[in-house]
Design a protein around this ligand. Structure first.
Ligand code: BG6
Ligand code: GLC
Ligand code: GLC
Length: 907
């Protein structure tokens, strides 16, 4: 009899002899299990696919242990932790440490047929229990927030999104595996129709146990449950979890160690009894480790051993009973009571008699021994697994020693006082460098679930505020079609010389190049990100360009006109010297990207500055004359300024040299604008009816008459007000690179003031104007960037990010740039439709030459523009050509055409 110690069950399956001849307890086995589980855990963390690791290591969306400041009232629905019972709790979090309010709770028994029936029936049952609970407890039923404690292996994709992988323990409802259990619960609550409850979080019992842990000296970073089943969770470094795209912080991982051994790793410790128990279970072959430890199985294991011993004449005089031979005949409660030696053997006798047995004098002691053996083995196995978790924590934190608190929960702990002591002793042996304190869970983990729910509720509220803030940026098809129609109307009025926010300026460019142009030309390109001086050689073999970028300091762009043009001349002189062109008077084309009223090709009156320019005494002046005067002042040689060209026109001409179908020019850079070839007969103010003329729309000013006001947000208004030209260029301010970052910054400021971002802390950097450059928007939205790289960019800007902030900032950027691209697309749609109708065509095939950093560098802008155009102008086949050479080349080509025509006239 002595040989059946607690160790008797460490017997290898199929080993000779019966259990009472079992092997002595082998610390080696514990160490092997510890090492093997640790290996599986690490393989799963690394994302090893094949062979599939024996444990799943499922990341939960819990990123930090409780702060202790969480507060509010929450309903918790518990399903799956404790056998066939479902619990509803009403938990109040006070937000003050040490001040606890006892939760109210009610337990419901789930009928066996519900546990094994259709999924809908189970969730309907849960919803009914919920409403029964709420009927019985007078609570405020409006806006109830529910935490769903669902203790089965799930793939979580959010705090409120969780797909059941497989049922474990005694459940096997159909149609639930592979489904989002939160949605199933929401649907059932809606079917029940009793009250409005928002399911805000779903939590595994281990996580609830960990999160509800009272704050002690050591951080509580492990949650251990031994209830019907068994499992643990712990705080892992996020960078070690391959499936997460995260390099900072920690995340709670549910190990799902119940399935450890499903790959055969437990072969050395499985007994015949384990094998039989597994075969007779609902899920043979699965959850092998759990079946040696979980409360659902301990009674069953004891029953198997007792039946075996009775059948071999060792117990009960060789007699058995119906209960002893039936599945579920002995329960965890029986084992717990019988094992308790302090209560003497009288109770054991009573229980055995209740089981229809007739125990002899020595039987009670032997039965107690069997119970102790089964439970001790369970505790030792559990300790080996916990030791693996502790070792993992040492590895991931690169710490030799570890001081840590483990929150424990579940009926096995509550009912078996010895379980914890065996567990503790074994853990001390297996992980001697770890100083572990065990803390029993509060309210069966309900408080922890409420904690997670509180966090989830806060995040959900933040998300709502984010959505509300961004809603005005999300334009639907109808709104875009209105923009298109308004643009079209403004175009017509502008062309006819009527009051319109679109000036529709004639450019005196009547034709695209025909290929016979030749020669060397100078070009200037002023008004985009860079100021450039170019030497363009148009030859039979094509166009060759040499150019140099010069900076225009802000003080010059906003100083006096004289200063600006003197600076331009200095740059030209410098360029000529460097290129060995001094003394040569080459024909010059001037790309000047501001609204000009042209009276001819070489005469342009600046109507007003746009973008960041504001040099004095230029508006109302002929820009070519200002340039010539500066040349004189600088005593530079005279230049033959042949043409002044808007950047849109330069771009159209440059792309038109390659593709004769290019009849539209589009810029989306610092500013935005478009030009296109209009029928001369439609252009009031230019003599002649035949042929075409390129019209510079100056669409940046679209909406300056108030027509865009319904779409304009308070953030647009703030950006406009802070600009150097309030009330002007309203369309441009919703689209172009100079302003998008500012719109984003204003939204971020607003969200911070609502406490949605940056923990509500306003920072100096976010107050800094223009901190968000177009470049950042493009980088942040790039698909190839991981979220952590996005965060690095934002942190470089000095923003105090939490992990939830990064995604929200990204969404803000997306909303702002998407609106910009769609508005731009609505504009292009208006233009191409007008060309099509002008020509009385059913279908138009046309190309658009495009330039500008936003269009070129933003990862999604061009696609969104094209999609919008296709949607709004389905009868036009539009190809977008990106200009590679800048519009200086186009200006040179305009100049070349003009020279050719002049030569022809002379001839
Ligand atoms: C350049 C053109 O490539 O693009 C300029 O050469 C134009 O003429 C500019 O103004 C527009 O883009 P951005 O982003 O520089 O304003
Ligand atoms: C089972 C479940 C697991 C749960 C454990 C304890 O193993 O799969 O999710 O944590 O039981 O209840
Ligand atoms: C501004 C200018 C316009 C230019 C555009 C793109 O809108 O007014 O002339 O084409 O920016 O650079």
């Amino acid at each position: 009899m002595d040989s059946i110690g607690p160790v008797g069950l460490w017997q290898k399956e199929g080993a000779p002899g019966c259990p009472q001849e079992g092997l002595p307890c082998s610390p080696d086995s514990s160490e092997l299990i510890q090492a093997s589980l640790l290996r599986s855990m690490e393989q799963a963390l690394m994302g090893q696919a094949s062979p599939a690791p024996a444990v799943r290591m499922l990341p939960t969306y819990v990123g930090s242990t409780p702060h202790g400041t969480e507060q509010g009232d929450f309903v918790v629905l518990e399903l799956g932790a404790t056998g066939a019972s479902l619990r509803v709790l009403w938990v109040t979090l006070t937000g003050t440490e040490g001040h606890r309010i006892e939760p109210r709770s009610q337990e419901f028994l789930i009928p066996q047929e519900v546990m094994l029936g259709p999924g809908q029936q189970l969730f309907d049952f849960a919803a009914r229990c919920l409403s029964e609970f709420l009927d019985a407890h007078p609570v405020d039923r409006q806006g109830l927030q529910l935490g769903f404690n669902f203790s089965f292996p799930c793939h979580q994709t959010g705090l409120d999104k969780s797909t059941l992988i497989s049922w474990t323990k005694g459940f096997r409802c159909s149609g639930v595996e592979g489904q989002d259990v939160v949605q199933l619960l929401r649907d059932a609550i809606e079917r029940q129709g009793a009250c409005s409850i928002d399911v805000v979080a779903v939590v595994n019992d281990t996580v609830g146990t960990m999160m509800g842990c009272e704050l002690g000296t050591a951080p509580c970073e492990v949650g251990l449950v031994v209830d019907t089943g068994t499992n643990a969770c712990y705080m892992e470094e996020a960078r070690h979890v391959a499936v997460l795209d995260e390099d900072r912080g920690r995340v709670c991982v549910s190990i799902e160690w119940g399935s450890f051994g499903d790959d055969g790793a437990l072969g050395s410790v499985l007994t015949t009894f384990d094998r039989i128990l597994d075969q007779e279970s609902l899920n043979p072959g699965a959850q092998r480790f759990e079946k040696m430890i979980g409360g659902l199985y301990l009674g069953e294991l004891v029953r198997q051993v007792l039946a075996h011993l009775a059948q071999h004449g060792v117990l009960f005089g060789g007699c058995t009973s119906r209960a002893l031979l039936s599945r579920g005949g002995i329960l965890l409660e029986h084992v717990a009571e019988m094992e308790d030696a302090s209560a003497g053997t009288a109770r054991v006798h009573t229980i055995l008699r209740d089981l229809g047995l007739n125990p002899g004098a020595s039987d009670a002691e032997l039965v107690q021994h069997v119970c102790a053996a089964v439970c001790t083995r369970a505790a030792q196995l559990c300790a080996a697994a916990l030791a693996a978790v502790l070792t993992r924590l040492q590895h991931s934190r690169e710490q030799q020693t570890l001081q840590i608190a483990v929150a424990t929960g579940g009926r096995v702990f509550e009912q078996h006082p010895r379980f914890l002591s065996v567990l503790q002793e074994t853990v001390t042996l297996l992980a001697p460098e770890c100083d572990v304190s065990f803390i029993p869970s509060v309210d069966g983990g309900g408080r922890g679930v409420a904690m997670v729910t509180a966090v989830a509720a806060r995040l959900a509220a933040h998300r709502r505020l984010l959505e509300e803030t961004l809603a005005p940026f999300r334009l639907n098809r109808e709104q875009l079609a209105v923009v298109q129609a308004q643009m079209r109307e403004a175009m017509v009025k502008g062309l006819q010389g009527e009051a319109s926010s679109l000036r529709m300026l004639p450019t005196y460019v009547r034709a695209t190049p025909d290929g016979s142009e030749r020669g060397h030309f100078l070009a200037l390109d002023l008004g985009g990100t860079n100021f450039r001086v170019l030497l363009v050689h148009v030859a039979t073999e094509g166009v060759q360009i040499t150019n140099q970028v010069y900076s225009i300091p802000e003080c010059v762009a906003r100083g006096s006109g004289q200063q600006l043009f003197d600076h331009i001349v200095d740059c030209i002189v410098d360029f000529q010297q460097k290129q060995g062109l001094s003394g040569q008077s080459l024909p010059l084309g001037f790309t000047f990207s501001f609204p000009c009223r042209q009276l001819g090709l070489d005469q342009g009156i600046l109507l007003n500055w746009t973008k960041g320019f504001n040099a004095s005494d230029c508006e109302g002046q002929d820009v070519v004359r200002l340039l010539r005067e500066a040349l004189k002042r600088r005593q530079a040689m005279e230049l033959n300024v042949v043409a002044i060209v808007n950047d849109t026109v330069g771009t159209m001409m440059s792309c038109g040299y390659e593709d004769p179908r290019c009849e539209v020019g589009l810029i989306v850079g610092t500013g935005t604008n478009a030009c296109y070839m209009e029928e001369l007969r439609n252009v009031a103010g230019v003599a002649g009816d035949l042929g075409h003329m390129c019209i510079n729309m100056e669409w940046g000013a679209f909406g300056d008459d108030g027509s865009l006001d319904t779409l304009s947000t308070c953030f647009d208004a703030s950006v406009d007000q802070a600009s150097i030209n309030p009330g002007k260029q309203r369309f441009e301010k919703m689209i172009s690179g100079m302003y998008l970052g500012e719109i984003v910054r204003h939204i971020l400021l607003h969200l911070t003031s609502l406490g949605v971002l940056f923990r509500g802390q306003q920072t100096q950097s976010l107050q800094t104007r223009d901190i968000f450059k177009t470049k950042f928007l493009s980088e942040i939205e790039s698909d190839s960037l991981a979220l952590r790289q996005v965060r690095a960019i934002l942190e470089d800007l000095g923003l105090p990010l939490t992990s939830d902030d990064t995604l929200m900032v990204l969404e803000v950027c997306q909303a702002v740039s998407q609106r910009a691209a769609q508005l731009c697309g609505a504009g292009v749609a208006a233009v191409v439709e007008k060309i099509r109708e002008n020509r009385g065509l059913e279908e138009l095939t046309v190309s658009v030459g495009v330039d500008g950093t936003l269009y070129k560098l933003h990862p999604h802008f061009s696609r969104l523009v094209a999609a919008t155009v296709q949607e709004l102008a389905p009868r036009c086949a539009v190809t977008f050509l990106q200009s590679e050479d800048g519009s200086g080349k186009g200006a040179a080509l305009v100049t070349a055409v003009a020279c050719r025509l002049a030569n022809q006239t002379r001839v």
